[in-house]
Design a protein around this ligand. Structure first.
Ligand code: FAD
Length: 460
């Protein structure tokens, strides 16, 4: 079989690969993109897009149940048609996947291969029966749900974020192992669809990466929805219980168990680097399987780059996309953009959502700076009161000496959007006083950001 020669091979059509391939092809390079499953990767098919579409259905159900609080009468009980919910989600996902697939297939100089890619050497990749060769190879293989070594896991059925996407029925009782971002989003949406939901978390609090008061506020929010939470479940084992599954959650006191009809594992992600034959290319990974890259996403092998979740430097769609921007800027624009230029930012899409930028309060304290904080509960934010959504709070942290904005957390209605006014100021590297003097629109959650910056106190 002759070896097709390309200028570049992109392995994985996730959130960095397709954009990079289209950019390289547009620059006149002959590009191969190899995707073994669904174009768009995790985000489009089993991550951001479907979950946020499902969250929207869950919000509609929640609001319908609360309708009478707003003076709106809905006759009869609110029920959720899970087949419809899934069909709506599938349609949104398909639109995104098909659009991206078409772009790759219709672009001149770009060839899409639908198979698993594996390195043969630092310049060659096996794809099914074919061998592709290129001087530049870009790895964008993403990750998948990790399955921890939990006693009994091999004896029970379990769901992951991927298999959850096939559900078109309501689990009677969904037990979710893992009380972090992915687990919480599924927990709240399924509770609002009508399932009984229990979250089992090994740590003493939910989303342990966040500040303690954020964890507590998030716990209050999901508990108010009727979700049961079991914390400190340090040693979890699983057993079948008739047609149900039981999670034994307390090793010390014996048989404390949570029995549910379905089990979802949401205990983290692992990179898809174990089946790429990276050793044949000489590409180095760290102990967690992430490909080691420098500040411009070059691996240790000249001519090979790694972008997105597989390099362990981001974990989000926007960071994967930013990886594409960094590589393209360096290779095509003579612009030496770097990973270290980016500021941590992300959201947790429960309702109300949490928007985050920069340091947590704990990180700010550890930084040794003189940290000032402005904070306000949503009960004192007019827009939240008007909407009848007053759970949560907002906080902005600044350096009392340099006036630099260090970070912010906005847990409340529109928190995922409002955070950007703080984030953009952080990118602009302006003193917090610029934001403090900005006039924001009334009534919005964002209008209180300048206000709290005028009420700064030493961070306790
Ligand atoms: C439930 C869930 C919700 C999420 N929600 C959000 C959110 O709201 N916002 C956010 O920013 N992030 C979210 N994320 C994270 C986000 O999905 C990922 O960070 C993002 O998809 C990473 O993009 P990527 O390009 O690195 O990898 P991926 O999107 O995982 O794409 C990698 C692609 O490579 C392919 N591939 C792997 N190995 C090979 C191989 N050997 N040969 C050929 N192809 C291969 C895979 O099939 C896949 O299509 C969520 C994740 C999950 C699981």
């Amino acid at each position: 079989m002759p070896m097709p020669d390309f200028d570049a091979i992109v392995i994985g059509a996730g959130q960095a690969g397709p954009s990079l391939a289209l950019r390289l092809a547009g620059a006149g390079m002959k590009v191969a993109v190899v995707e073994r499953k669904a174009v768009g990767g995790t985000c489009v098919n089993t991550g951001c897009t479907p979950t946020k579409t499902l969250v929207a259905s869950a919000y509609a159900a929640h609001l319908a149940r609360r309708a009478s609080e707003y003076g709106v009468a809905i006759a009869g009980e609110i029920s959720v048609d899970m087949k419809w919910v899934k069909a709506r989600k599938d349609a949104v996902v398909a639109q995104s996947r098909l659009g991206l697939t078409a772009a790759l297939m219709e672009t001149a100089n770009c060839t899409l291969y639908r198979d698993h890619a594996r390195f043969i050497s630092s310049r060659e990749v096996a794809v099914g029966d074919e061998r592709l060769r290129a001087e530049q190879i870009f790895i964008n293989v993403g990750g998948r749900a990790s399955t921890p070594a939990m006693p009994g896991l091999d004896k029970v059925d379990h769901l992951t974020n991927s298999t959850m996407m096939d559900l078109n029925f309501l689990p009677r009782h969904l037990v979710i192992i893992g009380g972090s971002y992915i687990g919480l989003e599924f927990a709240q949406m399924y509770r609002r669809f009508g399932s009984e939901v229990t979250i089992v978390e090994m740590k003493p609090r939910l989303i342990p990466r966040e500040d303690e008061d954020i964890s507590s506020a998030v716990q209050e929010i999901v508990e108010r929805d009727g979700i049961t939470i079991r914390l400190n479940a340090e040693c979890i084992s699983l057993v079948r219980n008739g047609g149900d599954v039981a999670a034994i959650v307390d090793c010390q006191d014996g048989a404390s168990e949570v029995v549910g009809s379905h089990l979802l594992l949401a205990v983290g992600r692992r990179p898809n680097t174990d089946d790429l034959a990276l050793d044949l290319a000489g590409v180095e990974c760290d102990e967690r399987g992430h490909i080691v890259v420098d500040d411009q996403l070059r691996t240790n092998v000249p001519g090979i780059w790694a972008l997105g979740d597989c390099n362990g430097k981001g974990g989000f769609t926007h960071t994967a996309y930013n990886d594409y921007e960094i590589v393209a800027a360096n290779l095509l624009d003579g612009d030496q953009r770097r990973v270290s230029d980016r500021i941590t930012a992300y959201a947790l899409y429960i309702d109300p959502p949490l928007g985050r930028a920069g340091m947590t309060a704990a990180e700010a304290r550890r930084s040794g700076r003189r940290v000032l904080a402005g904070q306000r509960p949503m009960t004192r934010v007019a827009r939240a009161v008007e909407k009848g959504e007053t759970q949560g709070f907002m906080r902005v942290l600044v350096d009392g000496d340099t006036k630099e904005i260090l970070g912010a957390s906005i847990l409340g209605p529109g928190g995922d959007e409002a955070i950007h006014s703080v984030l953009d100021m952080m990118y602009a590297k302006v003193p917090y006083t610029v934001l403090q003097r900005a006039i924001h629109i009334h009534p919005t959650v964002s209008e209180l950001i300048p206000t709290i910056l005028g009420e700064l106190q030493p961070l306790r």
